[in-house]
Design a protein around this ligand. Structure first.
Ligand code: MN
Length: 256
């Protein structure tokens, strides 16, 4: 198996290194990641400027590629022939913060996996639910081990088309994690606030501030699973059609 490991926090992020080291136990790993932090950048396709790629050496001495493109660009570049060889699986992460509910539409971690899914390659996004006020370096070991367990299962089973796995891991040592739950997206509660300030020249600028999002820890959801100390695995469909609503909108009789 040849794995493409990427992330949205940048090629220097410790979560990427931990993930690459653990996935290397399952096969060959190529790391192609952005050269800067693209967190909350959504699904990007860079079309109006050239993309550059350079070789870099990670902290453990292994080779990686850094691109000035977005996470999804890194996956697209790799799929379209940058590496000159086929990729069997895309693993994106480990993001330091959970990607739950509506977060998946913002997340560079998840949208990198989406890009793999669009190319029909099994793709997994991994995020760690680090405590909000954690200081100092995070321990990614348990999340990396969880990633290996899930990726191994993906290798042994058939992934449905048009679906990626969004995995969120509680911030616990591996042996204290309660287990794995297949979940649906829960309801995120955003607490964004618009901060308006003035720059030194008297012109206003705006900053989307506020507290970190919370969520409704309903049973069966990603938020509920994390809340109970379980790994959450949410199958995410790239078909966003609201099937339940088709009839309702047809009844509007909009026109011919
Ligand atoms: Mn991130």
């Amino acid at each position: 198996m040849h794995f493409l490991v990427t992330n949205d926090d940048g090629v220097d992020a410790p979560g990427l290194l931990a993930l690459a080291q653990e996935i290397r136990k399952l096969g060959r790993v190529t790391v192609v990641a952005p050269d800067k932090n693209w967190s909350a950048s959504g699904h990007v396709k860079t079309m109006n400027r050239p993309l550059r790629v350079k070789e870099v050496i990670l902290e453990d001495g292994t080779k990686a590629f850094a691109s000035d493109g977005a996470p999804s660009d890194c996956v697209a570049l790799s799929m379209l022939g940058l590496l000159g060889e086929k990729i069997d699986c895309v693993v994106s992460g480990i993001n330091p913060n959970a990607n739950l509910g509506h977060d998946v539409t913002y997340s560079g971690t998840v949208t990198a996996a989406m890009e793999g899914t669009i190319s029909n390659i099994p793709s997994i996004a991994i995020s760690l639910d680090a405590p909000e006020f954690h200081t100092g370096p995070l321990d990614y070991l348990a999340a990396a081990q969880v990633a290996r367990v899930v990726v191994e299962k993906v290798g042994k089973n058939k992934m449905p088309g048009n679906v990626l796995l969004n995995v969120n891991v509680p911030y616990l040592p591996f042996n204290e994690i309660k287990g794995f739950r297949i979940t649906r997206q829960g309801l995120r509660v955003y607490r964004d606030e618009l901060v308006r300030r003035e720059d030194p020249r008297g012109r206003p600028y705006y900053w989307i501030g506020g507290d970190a999002p919370t969520g409704v820890p309903e049973e069966g959801t990603d938020i509920g699973a994390l809340n109970g100390g379980f790994v959450s695995i949410t199958p995410i469909s790239l078909d966003l059609t609201a099937y339940d609503c088709l009839e309702q909108f047809q009844s509007w009789n909009i026109g011919k």
